[in-house]
Design a binder for this molecule. Structure first.
Ligand code: VGL
Ligand code: ZN
Length: 274
């Protein structure tokens, strides 16, 4: 059900080769810093099987177009550091995220927000299995770990953090409300077949590229980016506006490798020209 494909040696060689091309293309490229402008940005590089955040190639000078959508993922109280499923530093990027939304919001541009929205007793909750949060668990539509009870429909934990600027969102996609199926992706639930309708909405509006930010980098942002690519969108993760859970350990590294392999691009919010 979940994608845990290791990129393996061939993938590593591919990225190493891409890195060599990057080095040849510009003398200014240094690992972990902003990259030079490289046209179509299609060759973000990673370091192979254990990709780290510092290894990502960050595209520069991305001009926002009216065929773009900004997707702000799950900036809810329960994912904030003191929340039920707190993500470390998950509140630190609220101010720059608001700034990006402010700049991005103009006629033709589209901002979507997502909200994790579980019924009480959701099957992704450890409490539903008599287990502890973050215990490994995998079944159809659930896993690879169980979560603390979080983002229960209508509770304060499910609300957006009060400082998050939600007024620009044209659509709020709620996901994870099927009692026995989780939905990390904002496009397709974890059963891999139930669509949320967002892809159709974006396509009907002529959107071709999505910028993703929010929580969590290695779950809802990750699966949304992967599905976005599969559904035909360019996907750019705004890396300074997202934080990871990294459970089980290594999940983030695996997610980064898989996103690179899928052609997901990475940038920083300052690098998006609006
Ligand atoms: C998420 C775990 C469980 C997320 C949601 O928003 O990334 N992660 N539910
Ligand atoms: Zn959830």
């Amino acid at each position: 059900m979940l994608q845990f494909k290791k990129i393996g040696r061939r993938g590593f060689i591919k990225y190493a080769a891409a890195g060599a091309v990057a080095a040849a293309a510009s003398a200014y490229y240094t690992k972990g810093s902003w990259g030079p402008y490289i046209g179509d940005m299609s060759w973000s590089t990673g370091s192979g099987p254990t990709t780290r955040l510092e290894d990502l190639y960050l595209a520069s000078n991305i001009q926002a177009r009216d065929t773009d959508a900004l997707i702000i993922v799950d900036m809810q109280n329960d994912f904030m550091p003191s929340g039920a499923l707190g993500v470390k530093e998950g509140d630190e990027m609220i101010a720059p995220m608001n700034k990006l939304a402010e700049r991005f919001h103009r006629p033709g541009n589209l901002i979507i927000m997502t909200q994790d929205w579980h019924p009480p007793g959701h099957l992704s909750f450890a409490s539903s299995h008599g287990k502890k949060p973050f215990d490994p668990y995998e079944s159809e539509g659930i896993g690879p770990v169980l979560w603390p009870d979080h983002c229960v429909q209508g509770t304060p934990g499910a609300e957006f953090h009060p400082d998050v600027q939600a007024k620009y969102a044209k659509v709020i996609v709620r996901k994870g409300y099927h009692p026995t199926v989780d939905s990390y992706s904002t496009f397709i639930e974890n059963d891999k077949k139930t669509h949320t309708g967002l892809a159709g909405y974006l396509k009907e509006l002529g959107k071709k590229r999505i910028f993703l930010c929010g929580l969590a980098l290695d779950y809802c942002v990750y699966y949304s980016a992967m599905d976005g690519r599969d559904l035909g969108f360019e996907a750019v993760v705004v890396i300074d506006l997202t934080k990871a859970i990294d459970s089980p350990p290594g999940h983030l590294s695996n997610a980064l490798s898989n996103m690179i392999e899928k052609g997901v691009q990475f940038t920083r919010s300052e690098n998006i020209m609006t």
